[in-house]
Ligand binder design. Structure first.
Ligand code: HEC
Ligand code: HEC
Length: 290
């Protein structure tokens, strides 16, 4: 009897274990699914880390293997190879090391990752989304490529902030403005490009006012004013804003240039698009450039 009972207990234990494994596998699938969605639509790390052709279009067959240089007065920055190649990519980095690198800008050897990677916003990325992005990174095609070393003509800060120790959760999608702000900030860093800079730092009192120049094979593109001001999106319909974000076509029909990330944003879910537009309409109206 005792033996039978023991067998029953171990059968039960086996069943529980199997259920846990099924739940884990399902959790892993969902994580990768979310990661794929974020990386191919909102987060768009490839907008910097994927190579571009001479016309500025992304070369997705070499996804994340090192992007074109970002040249500004204080630096020539070369976006790293972040494929899982074990020699020249991040294949040997642990999950915890990747978390710290992406959100806090610190490599496994303790060195600081330089600008323009938008750590001011990435520090606010929710654990679940960060983990989803890391799951996606793990299954990208490994490519052996060593980009040149970045040159910084300014001293880098010792860190982008104190170590992140507390869990970070995204706002509820039911709080549309807060969730839109989370997507336009920590996830997609729209506000990094579209907010005026003071000494290389975005000035959040002028959130969304635009005016930052971006140079590349496309010439110079200046980020636009996304606030509800006459010189911004005040008189635009939601459909017009959506068309600019998704298709890269402005209200007057002109084509927008990179690095505005419409190559990615075209895959954004309608509810995320709506949240971002609602958030932009909640911004303080400011003239172009603040
Ligand atoms: C605006 C451009 C930009 C964006 C967007 C960006 N990065 Fe970067 N990233 C860079 C640059 C430039 C470097 C190299 C900086 C240096 O040389 O110190 C870098 C470095 C890194 C490194 C360090 C790699 C190494 O070998 O040292 C990791 C990891 C990384 N990025 C991951 C990401 C992920 C994940 C995302 C999206 C969530 C992302 N980056 C978005 C520009 C960007
Ligand atoms: C890497 C920098 C960068 C990021 C990230 C970025 N943008 Fe842009 N955006 C630009 C630039 C530069 C332009 C202007 C392009 C041009 O003049 O051809 C632009 C143009 C626009 C326009 C067109 C406005 C007009 O007057 O035509 C809208 C709307 C817009 N961005 C919204 C967004 C949203 C929403 C996000 C995030 C989901 C975002 N942008 C992310 C750089 C960026």
């Amino acid at each position: 009897m005792r033996q039978l009972h023991a067998a029953g207990v171990s059968l039960l234990a086996a069943a529980v274990l199997q259920l846990t494994m099924v739940a884990d596998a399902r959790g892993a699938d969902q994580r990768l699914e979310r990661g794929r969605y974020l990386m191919t639509s909102l987060a768009a790390c490839g907008n910097c880390h994927t190579p571009r052709g001479p016309d500025g279009a992304s070369q997705f067959d070499r996804e994340l293997s090192g992007g074109p240089p970002v040249k500004e007065a204080p630096f020539d920055a070369y976006p790293s190879n972040i494929t899982p190649d074990t020699k020249s990519g991040i294949g040997r980095w642990t999950h915890a090391q990747l978390k710290r690198a992406i959100r806090e800008g610190i490599r496994p050897d303790g060195s600081l990752i330089g600008p323009p990677m938008p750590f001011g916003f990435y520090r606010g990325m929710a654990d679940a989304d960060l983990e989803a992005i890391i799951a996606y990174l793990g299954q990208v095609k490994p490519i052996d490529n060593v980009p040149p070393k970045s040159v910084y003509r300014i001293p880098l800060p010792p860190a982008y902030g104190p170590p992140i120790k507390k869990p970070i959760k995204a706002p509820s999608p039911n709080d549309v403005v807060a969730y839109g702000g989370y997507l336009a900030g920590p996830v997609a860093h729209c506000m990094e490009c579209h907010t005026p800079m003071v000494k290389g730092q975005v000035d959040l009192n002028k959130a969304g006012a635009g005016g930052n120049p971006f140079n590349g094979p496309w010439g110079t593109a200046v980020s636009r004013n996304l606030t509800p001001h006459e010189s911004g999106l005040k008189n635009w319909s939601d459909a017009e804003i959506e068309k600019a974000i998704r298709e890269g076509v402005s209200r007057d029909g002109s084509r927008l240039k990179p690095p505005m990330g419409y190559e990615y944003y075209k895959s954004m879910k309608p509810e995320d698009m709506k949240a971002i537009i609602t958030y932009l309409r909640s911004l303080k109206p400011l003239p172009m450039g603040g």
